[in-house]
Design a protein around this ligand. Structure first.
Ligand SMILES: [Zn+2]
Length: 241
């Protein structure tokens, strides 16, 4: 019974979405004990597709006009003019490519994380016990966060507070959503159980507490599996307050 979180995780990992990319998320951004379960990068086409298309069309239109009216006598000035007209629009796909390179998403054993921005300068996260809902529209996944006494997602680097962590342009988003939902439910429960255990440990002797109703000694190790009920009399065993 004690290994139930681990065995449920094993069962979940059988349904790891195909967009999982081993090594996509930089380990240097995690706590030393933190473990990644699912990681991926956004779809490249979602980031640079439209800017690239616009740049190509723009270049073709102006390139065509350039060739049609090319004046050999003034070739230097003409080439300079066409470069000035075409070059700036290419900054757009190049900038988006840079953003894509800095983007990565991950589910760890405690939180959902998103790395984004130019060069990956922004890190946004939410602990699982604060995630209220996982939504998907087919490409974007939103991890909505419960508002508990002003606690929200932390935008490290930005210094802002938000009420959701957004993964844009996710491959197999529907499968990722189902996986994330099940995984977060499992680990949110584990985080809450760990918090109760920690509080109970403060009044335990040799890792055992006394049931307030039947006075039997209850081992803390079996309590999460028993859903914090006394194995002898089924009375709830929770820290006071
Ligand atoms: Zn009892």
């Amino acid at each position: 019974m004690l290994g139930s979180v681990a065995s449920q995780e094993q069962a979940l990992l059988q349904r790891l979405p195909p967009s999982h990319r081993e090594g996509a998320f930089p380990r240097s951004l995690l706590a030393p004990s933190e473990r990644i379960v699912f990681e991926t990068k956004p779809r490249l086409v979602g980031f640079v597709g439209v800017p690239l298309l616009v740049s190509v069309i723009w270049s073709m239109i102006w390139g065509g006009a350039f060739l049609a009216t090319f004046n050999v006598a003034n070739w230097g000035g003409e080439v300079a003019a066409i470069v000035i007209v075409i070059a700036p629009v290419w900054c757009w796909p190049l900038l988006r490519l840079r953003n894509w390179r800095g983007s990565a998403y991950a589910l760890t054993d405690v939180r959902v994380v998103r790395r984004s921005g130019s060069g990956g300068s922004q890190l946004q996260d939410a602990r699982y016990d604060l995630v209220q809902q996982v939504q998907s529209d087919g490409t974007t996944i939103r991890f909505r966060i419960a508002r508990i006494a002003g606690v929200g997602a932390a935008y490290h680097g930005g210094g802002l507070l938000g009420d959701q962590v957004v993964w844009k342009d996710v491959e197999f988003a529907a499968q990722v959503q189902v996986f994330a939902q099940a995984f977060i439910a499992l680990y949110a429960q584990k985080i809450r159980d760990d918090q109760i255990l920690q509080a109970l440990r403060l009044r335990a002797t040799a890792n055992k507490v006394t049931c307030a109703y039947c006075h039997s000694l209850v081992d803390l190790a079996v309590l999460p599996a028993q859903r914090f009920k006394c194995p002898n009399c089924s009375a709830p065993i929770l820290p006071p307050g």
